[in-house]
Every structure is written in C-alpha cells, then in structure tokens.
Design a protein around this ligand. Structure first.
Ligand code: HEM
Length: 429
C-alpha cells in the first residue's frame, strides 16, 4: 500500500477551484465557507455533498482503506495483507467464532465428518478417473483393471465405495441431530434448506455412481430405480431422459457418468460453499433453553480448538474407512448383459431401502403413484420444517416437531430393516 501510506488522501482532496472564465458566474464557495451575505443577493452556494446536478463529490474525510497496514506479520503475511486486506475483517470475525460445549456437543462433529468423506470422494474419484472408461464395452473391464493391475487401484476403488456409504451415513446422522437440536430454527433456516439439498445431491451421487462398474447388479438395480418415475404423469418422458432411451443401455451409462463427475460435483460445491459460509457467519447454535438453564459448560474457539477436535474425528473416520476398505471389499461381480433375465433379489443401495419398501407395500393398482406422492409431500414438508416450526424459532420447545422427527426416523429405520431382513438375512438366492 505504498501509495496509500505516502499519500493517504490521494484522490480524496477537494479539487482546487478553477479560475472563473471571463464573464462566467462566480464559482460556488467551498464547503467550509460561510454562507454568502444576503446583500450579495446571489444564490447560496450548495454544500459539497449535494453538488449540483447530481455530481458526486467524495467526502473529504475518508477511512483508511487498509486499517491493517501497520499490524505486525511476517514477510509473506504482509505481502498477502497488502493485496487482500479487504478480507481481513472476515478473518477477524472468524477468529471470534466459538462452539458451545454441553452434553450434546458430540453431535456437532458429524457435519465435519460428512465434509471429510466428501473430500475423500473428490480425491479418490479423480484418481479412478485416470483409468475408468465410461463405455458399455470398456467400463467393466476398466474396473477389473483398476482392481487387479493398477498399483493400489484396489484400495482407491474400495475407499471410494466405502467413503460414499460413510458420507451418506454421516449426513443422515447430521441431519437428524440438527433436527432434534432444532438447529434449523431462526436464523439458520437456510442452513437446513442448503443441507437438505446437499443430502439429495449426495443421494444422486450414490445413484449415478452405482451403474458405473457396469456389472449385472448395478445394471438391473438401475433398471428398477429409473423405472420409478414412470407411474407419475409425464414420468415416461423423465425415464427416457434419465436412460437416454426406453431401456437402460450404454447411453444410460454416459448420462450417469456425466451427472456423476460433472453436474453433481459442480452443484454440490456450490451449495456446500453456501452451507459452510452460513455455518461460519451464523455460528453454531445451542439447544433451546440450554443457555438459560446454565447447561453450557463453556465455549471452544472454532479456530483452532474445535477444528483440532474435528481433526481427531477425521482421523478416527479415516481409520474406520481403511479398515472397511481392506477387510470388506466390494465385489466387482459379473459384466452386465442386458439380454439375461434379471437375477433374483435385486435391490438398491441401503439408503434407498426405505423408499423401496414403501413402493413394495403399495404394490396395488395405482398404489405406486400414491407412494411417490406421499413420499414427495413428506420430503417437501421436511425441507420446509424451519418455516413451520414457529415455536422453535421463538426459542420455545416444540415437542410436536420432536415427535414428527421421531416418526420419520422410525419409518426410515423400520423400512430399511425390513429390506435388510428380506434381502440380506433371508436372501432369496
Ligand atoms: C455434504 C453435506 C453436508 C456437509 C459437508 C455439512 C457440513 C456441516 C458442518 C461442517 C457444519 C458445522 C458443524 C456441525 O454442526 O456439524 C454444519 C452445520 C449444520 N448443518 Fe450441515 N452439512 C451437510 C449436510 C447437511 C444436511 C443434510 C442438513 C439437514 C438437512 C444440514 C443441516 C445443518 C444445520 C442446521 C447446521 C447448523 C448446526 C448448528 O448451528 O447447530 N447439513 N454442516
């Protein structure tokens, strides 16, 4: 900021009045000048701020553009500071961010864990992309190649598959924990809404990624999954768009691939930025009534204390991930063959089991449409919860919403277990 320090008022000093042109009216008096004597019978000189004809005149006194220029930092720090000083107030703000400590603080770690597994997905996904070939002819064999030939390819593939599952698991825990703590209440409504969109996008990741190995299981599960919208009005058109034709084919693989590696990551990064920015701006909430009841045991500074604790969670998450990837590898299966009949017991990934079971329960004439409508209404209501729960927004307990949350959780758990029971425990082999 050499210019600024040497000439702080550069560009701010009032311009010298020009000498009057011969015959022209006298120039306006400077701001500080006393009003002209009435005897002069001239119009009063306008003040600098309200210059005639809307001409803007900057105020004489202006704040220093870089109030941080004298703060003591290292050479690199001051180099950056001179260029990015506008963000320094933001950093100052973030330094003050604190996370409340209380008996439910444990649940604050799951959002960060979701973020950790998402980052693992980006890294391992990019590595897999170096060898994966998204065509009907080569997709399966490229997976076999990654698994068997590429050094550590098996590990990268297993980590990608397991981390996807763990990420979605963390997001469900994060969603329900923020729900029961009513963290969605005013002013955090948009944190909830952006979070919900992130969950939907993450489920989209799972769905589109499932087909990429192009094995039999994935092929038929995608056939069942992409069939679902068909029962809704205009659904056949949507199925066509999703599949790139009437049936699941290599065209479908191209669509799923582009959604999986381009559109969804782009959308997630956008919404995630909004979500995390809101987390930083609005800070972490405490459960309703905790402050008043003296249940807050203190505060952790977000930088670095809470982040360091988050880091411990990430290390544990990483250990679990590597353990699962090494000990419980996902099979490659056999290459998809559209001409063979679907094997028995085709089911989607576990995070779609609740909806899958609901569709099975409504397997009567027109039932599937009813199930889809019910589920959609439920999801939209869930998305709008912060706007319905007026009590929580005025810092009062809202047991009705706690009960609604418990019912939703019970529905998901029971239905998921039913599929687990029918398809895994008593597997119809
Ligand atoms: C990729 C997905 C997501 C990531 C990476 C993520 C990340 C985070 C992080 C790091 C926090 C701050 C720490 C914490 O409270 O856990 C947070 C807070 C929050 N998240 Fe998420 N989140 C995601 C999805 C969701 C979902 C699915 C929901 C709910 C539908 C949600 C709702 C919230 C709310 C309401 C808060 C504020 C918590 C509070 O202030 O007490 N997020 N999120």
């Amino acid at each position: 900021m050499a210019e600024n320090t040497q000439n702080p008022a550069a560009g701010n000093a009032p311009a010298k009045p020009k000498p009057p042109a011969p015959g022209a009216a006298k120039p306006a008096a400077p701001v500080a000048a006393k009003p002209a004597a009435p005897a002069a019978a001239k119009p009063q000189a306008p003040k600098a701020e309200s210059a005639p004809s809307g001409v803007y005149k900057p105020p004489v006194e202006r704040q220093d553009a870089n109030p941080y220029k004298d703060s003591r930092v290292g050479i690199v720090g001051s180099w950056l500071q001179e260029r990015f000083y506008v963000v320094l107030p933001i950093i100052d703000y973030l330094k003050k961010k604190e996370v409340p400590k209380h008996r439910l603080s444990f649940w604050y770690y799951f959002g960060g864990l979701g973020l950790f597994f998402f980052m693992i997905q980006i890294i391992t996904g990019l590595l897999l992309l170096q060898y994966y070939k998204p065509t009907g002819a080569e997709a399966f064999s490229s997976f076999v190649f990654i698994q068997k030939e590429v050094p550590f390819g098996w590990l990268i593939r297993q980590v990608h598959a397991w981390s996807a599952n763990l990420m979605i698991m963390m997001l469900f825990i994060h969603m329900f924990s923020t729900f029961f703590m009513k963290s969605y209440r005013k002013p955090r409504e948009l944190m909830w809404v952006s979070g919900f969109i992130l969950l939907v996008l993450s489920l989209g990741f799972g769905f589109t990624g499932y087909l990429l190995p192009w094995n039999e299981l994935a092929f038929f599960a995608t056939q069942v999954g992409t069939e679902v919208p068909k029962v809704a009005p205009g659904g056949a058109f949507m199925v066509d768009i999703l599949r790139g034709g009437t049936d699941v084919s290599p065209e479908t693989l191209t669509r799923m691939f582009s959604l999986h590696v381009v559109l969804l990551p782009g959308l997630v990064l956008l919404v995630l930025t909004a979500h995390l920015t809101l987390v930083q701006i609005l800070g972490t909430s405490s459960p309703i009534g905790y402050k008043e009841a003296g249940l807050i045991k203190g505060y952790d500074k977000f930088f670095p204390t809470f982040l360091a604790k988050d880091g411990i969670g990430w290390l544990l998450g990483f250990a679990l991930l590597i353990y699962l990837a090494a000990m419980f590898p996902w099979e490659i299966g056999v290459k998809a063959d559209p001409l063979t009949p679907a094997p028995v017991g085709i089911k989607p990934e576990w995070y779609f089991w609740a909806q899958f079971q609901l569709l099975k329960d409504f397997k009567f004439e027109g039932g599937e449409l009813i199930a889809i409508v019910l589920f959609t209404i439920g999801a939209v209501a869930w998305l709008l919860v912060p706007f319905f729960d007026r009590k929580a927004s005025s810092e009062q307990k809202s047991p009705v919403f706690t009960i609604i949350g418990l019912l939703a959780l019970t529905f998901l758990l029971i239905n998921t277990y039913r599929v687990y029971h029918d398809y895994v425990l008593v597997a119809p082999h």
